[in-house]
Structures are given as C-alpha cells and as structure tokens.
Design a protein around this ligand. Sequence first.
Ligand SMILES: Cc1cc2nc3c(=O)[nH]c(=O)nc-3n(C[C@H](O)[C@H](O)[C@H](O)COP(=O)(O)O)c2cc1C
Length: 183
Amino acid sequence: MTKKVFVGYSTWSGSTHEVADAIAIHLKKCGFEVEVFNFKNVKILSNYDAFILGTSIHASHPSGAFINFIKKNYTILSKKQTALFVVCANMFEDTPENRSETLTWLQDSLKDIPAISFLDIGLFGGAVITSGPDYEKLNPFVKLIIKSMKKTIVEKLEHEDFRDWEKITLWSEEIARKIEGAV
Ligand SMILES: Cc1cc2nc3c(=O)[nH]c(=O)nc-3n(C[C@H](O)[C@H](O)[C@H](O)COP(=O)(O)O)c2cc1C
C-alpha cells in the first residue's frame, strides 16, 4: 500500500515553505502520497505513516509552532517515522561548527520533550525573502525586521539565498529510502 507522508512547516517569509514543497515533490516522485501543511492549519494526524517537520530559525530559536506541534503530538510522532529539517542562515556553509551550533539550537528547544528517535535531521541554508505570498501576509513591523536582516546578510555574505536545492533533493531521496526501508 502507498505510504502517506505528512510534511509540516513553519515559516515567516516562505523560504521554509518552499523547502517543504520541494521535499514533497521529491517524495511524490519516490512513490509516496504526500500532503504539505503549515503547522497552523493541521487537522488529523492519524492517517499518516511518516512525518517530516521543518522550521526556520529566528534569534537562535526554532519556531514556537514547530516546537508546540512536536510537544502536542509527541505520542504519535514517537511511534511513527519522523524526520526534522531546519532552514537557517547559519547553514549558509555546511561546516561541522555550523552544523553543531544549529543542532544545539534545535536540541535546546526540544530538551523538555522525551527523546524521539528521528529518522534524520536535515540542516539547510536558508533565504531572507522579501516577496511572495507568505511574506505578504506578515505585518509591516515584521516585514521591516526581515528587510533589515536581508540588508545585513547581503552586506556580510553577498547574497541572501543559501538554499542548496541539490542537497535538499539528496536528503529527500535518503528520507524516502529510510521510510520505504522500515515497512
Ligand atoms: C529577524 C531574523 C532573525 C534571524 N535569526 C537567525 C538566527 O538566529 N540564526 C540563523 O541561522 N538564521 C537566522 N535567520 C535567518 C532565517 O532562519 C532564514 O532566513 C530562514 O530561511 C527564514 O525562513 P522562513 O522565511 O521560512 O522563516 C534570521 C532571519 C531573520 C529575518
């Protein structure tokens, strides 16, 4: 039977949403039935065989919606196949130091939850987006903060989109193999 995969994301301007959509496209190509949800709009979880949950990072913290989703659904997530992914500026370069720091932000935020054996944790470079449907929904104050962050990042790193789509494809294919492997 075709396995059903839930891909959940939390986003400010849309870059994590776009990564979630890309992961979903690859998983569909691998033969899974996939649905993508913003954590704000989740309904029933009992229909899914596997969960892939993503968050961006702001001020060294994963989003509250992502953490609350894991806390609230701990019982089901710990029994199913669950993978996480993080999208952030720190992973503009995939170095051991950047991976370690990013993982620490994630682990600190999950420290009050009993450990879950995740299939994997994907760590991806992010993007500071100032257009598109998710960005347009933000309030003017948050838009200003994001614009200011974009300026800082472009000054420091010369561009604002560090998403490595090839890496995201390879990770999605690896997750597909792991989900398929554990029948
Ligand atoms: C106000 C602000 C604070 C941020 N803080 C961090 C941070 O502490 N560490 C980091 O690695 N990236 C940080 N970022 C970068 C975001 O994680 C990155 O742009 C991500 O792709 C945003 O995804 P989203 O649009 O889906 O929320 C910050 C971005 C903004 C706008």
